[in-house]
Design a protein around this ligand. Structure first.
Ligand code: F6R
Length: 628
């Protein structure tokens, strides 16, 4: 967040950071522009910075450290960081400075082409002091500022800093919400956004920038939402918005009637609804920067060489709960694209069954938290057998990330609801990128095939937006089956893990009995349980075994079950077999779990709420499971 012209810049920033704490973070920092207050005396302004990497104690520690801050500061930036690029250390915490120390930046999002830019900037003599993608923007801005004609920004007329921000952003690919200060224009904040949200607030004698509404709540009613590729100049009492070409645009006012609690939930009734709606962003961010201009794919901390990975002759994937379901999808993708044999295991069983592992085995652990003890121990036991370990996790520097040979991060942002939603989708997407990566290394996929598959993946966030718009339709489907006690979820091929995930969501949120089955298995016993009143939820999008699934569904319908189907848009033939349908857009079969699971999240959500249950904190469950 950023503040200018406020009486107590430090107090306003710290208060804003505290209000963003609910999202979880690992480090925090603040920068103040000194000498801009009434006692500044007109001397040259300077930047004062403090950063702390103390987990959730970071803001409290920062509050202690700022007791030594300049008393006359009236402008500044603050940030709480949830690590994506670089570990959660003080050196990686924002704000980041340029080489001169005269410019500071805070940033949310991911700079997709940061490797390319940092190589160029290092070549030009810039010294980097962090492992973050953000720091490249500080140095890009330094370069851009040096090219701004003298005189700009020293009085009325265009601000040198805003000119530099627009120039620098024309080089940047990816997602960003950023705020910048420079000691040459000490009461100016410049903000800009693409994909990641940024909000502006104006008071009579001040100005504010923040990534989320809670930080600004109660400070002013004059709020504006920046749109993609807009730049804002905020001065005490005024704002000016332009596009990236410098053309003025009218700011979009934002009307907010929320209290703090509602604001933390983004206006939704609970975190789960908010997080379901954050899924397009989670998928978009997880995909950012994976495809380099030379056509190769990029993972995060790949401490395994191409030669080591080409040597792999077998893959095991371990995880628990929703993470295990993501592993199931990954098995289909890796076997199909990389032609490597894959075994999947519930992590709590893996190390007790004496699996055959050696140094040519790759063991992939999937864990949102990176701390689940069953998965951690499974990875450790594989490591002791000499296998290579790779982790897919949402938490940078978590125990699993630290101990593994390679890490692939899902960039879903903190998940507060106990039931996994956005992290599950991000896991599937990350694992499918990994499958493509293995296919590339092993030469089982051509560059054209990879590019084509990535294009289909990049369409997923927009398709997810479409599925989210249909949430109210699923609420009506839920009303129709609200009295039922027994649910079966059926799927085949990649629809099977989706069915398991749908059943798990229903169990944990609504406490209703729900079983997930591969549909072909029903006739081997469970069909005895089907009777009028049983609800059968089928994942009936057009994947490989659609025809066979339809025969299995005919068997349950004949026994009086109420059939709810997830179907592709416009598929009347499938819809005709159902009592109720949840349509989703078409995608490639192996990507279909990303879209198909969302109506099932909604179904579980609405059924739980209709029973008066707390969807964010289901009984008997913990977000991080650190016991065996
Ligand atoms: C289900 C759910 C759990 C977790 C499981 C693994 O909604 O949240 O089943 O998926 O406890 O947790 P992580 O992924 O943190 O290892």
């Amino acid at each position: 967040m950023g503040v200018t012209g406020a009486v107590d810049a430090v107090g306003v920033i710290l208060d804003g950071l505290r209000r963003l704490e609910y999202r979880g973070y690992d480090s925090a920092g603040i920068v103040l522009v000194e000498g801009t207050g009434s006692s500044g005396g007109g001397g040259p302004a300077r930047l004062w910075r403090a950063r702390q990497a103390g987990g959730t104690k970071s803001v409290a520690r920062l509050a202690e450290e700022v007791s030594g801050a300049p008393a006359d500061a009236t402008a500044g930036l603050g940030h709480v960081r949830w690590a994506t690029h670089g570990r959660p250390t003080a050196a990686n915490a924002h704000p980041h400075l340029d080489c001169t120390g005269r410019l500071a930046i805070v940033h949310n999002g991911i700079i997709e082409n940061h490797l390319e830019l940092s190589a160029e900037l290092r070549q030009a003599g810039h010294a980097f002091s962090s492992e973050t993608d953000t720091e490249v923007v500080a140095h890009l801005l330094e370069e851009a500022l040096a090219s701004v004609p003298p005189g700009s920004g020293s009085g009325p007329g265009p601000s040198a800093l805003a000119v530099a921000v627009r120039a620098a952003l024309s080089r940047v690919e990816g997602a960003f919400a950023l705020a910048v200060v420079h000691d040459g224009e000490p009461d100016l904040l410049v903000g800009a956004r693409r994909v990641s949200p940024l909000i502006v607030g104006i008071t009579e004698d001040g100005g504010l920038l923040a990534s989320d509404i809670p930080a600004l709540l109660g400070r002013t009613r004059h709020l504006y939402a920046l749109e993609d590729d807009q730049v804002v100049e905020v001065r005490p009492g005024s704002l000016q918005v332009t596009d990236l070409g410098g053309r003025p645009v009218e700011p979009r006012p934002l009307r907010v009637d929320w209290d703090l609690e509602a604001a933390e939930k983004g206006g939704y009734d609970d975190f789960m609804a908010k997080e379901i709606h954050e899924q397009p962003l989670a998928v978009r961010e997880t995909l950012l920067g994976r495809h380099l201009p030379d056509g190769s794919l990029m993972l995060d901390e790949m401490r395994l060489s191409g030669a080591e990975l080409r040597d792999v002759d077998k893959v095991f994937i371990v995880g628990c709960g929703s993470s295990y379901h993501a592993a199931m999808v990954a098995k289909y993708a890796i076997e199909h694209w990389a032609r490597l044999p894959v075994e999947i295991d519930i992590a709590s069983e893996f190390r007790y069954r004496d699996p055959v592992l050696d140094r040519r085995t790759l063991v992939i652990g999937i864990s949102q938290s990176g701390e689940t003890v069953d998965t951690l121990q499974a990875l450790r036991s594989a490591h002791r057998c000499g296998s290579k370990g790779l982790v897919v996790t949402n938490v940078v520097d978590s125990s699993m990330a630290r101990e593994s040979d390679a890490v692939l991060y899902t960039r879903a942002g903190p998940e507060i609801g106990v039931a996994s939603t956005k992290t599950h989708l991000a896991q599937i997407v990350a694992l499918e990128v990994l499958a493509l990566y293995l296919g590339q290394l092993r030469g089982t996929l051509s560059p054209d095939a990879i590019a084509e598959l990535l294009d289909a993946m990049r369409a997923l966030p927009d398709q997810l937006e479409e599925v989210l718009r249909r949430g109210p339709d699923v609420a009506r489907v839920a009303e129709g089956v609200a009295g039922a006690r027994d649910f079966f979820y059926l799927g085949r091929h990649v629809g099977y893990p989706v069915a398991l995930e749908g059943a798990l969501k229903l169990k944990e949120l609504s406490y209703l009995r729900a079983e997930g089955y591969p549909a072909g298995e029903l006739k081997h016993g469970p069909i005895a349980l089907i009777e009028p009143g049983t609800v059968v939820v089928g994942v009936a999008t057009r994947t490989r075994l659609w025809e066979k699934l339809m025969s299995n569904l005919a068997e349950v319908k004949a026994r009086g079950a109420t059939v709810v189907l997830v179907v592709n848009d416009g598929d009347e033939e499938t819809a005709a077999q159902a009592d109720a349908v949840c349509p989703v857009p078409r995608t490639r079969p192996l990507f279909s779990p990303v879209l198909d699971v969302v109506p099932l999240q909604f179904l579980a959500y609405h059924l739980a709420r209709s029973r008066g249950l707390d969807v964010d904190r289901p009984r008997n469950l913990a977000k991080v499971v650190t016991v065996e």
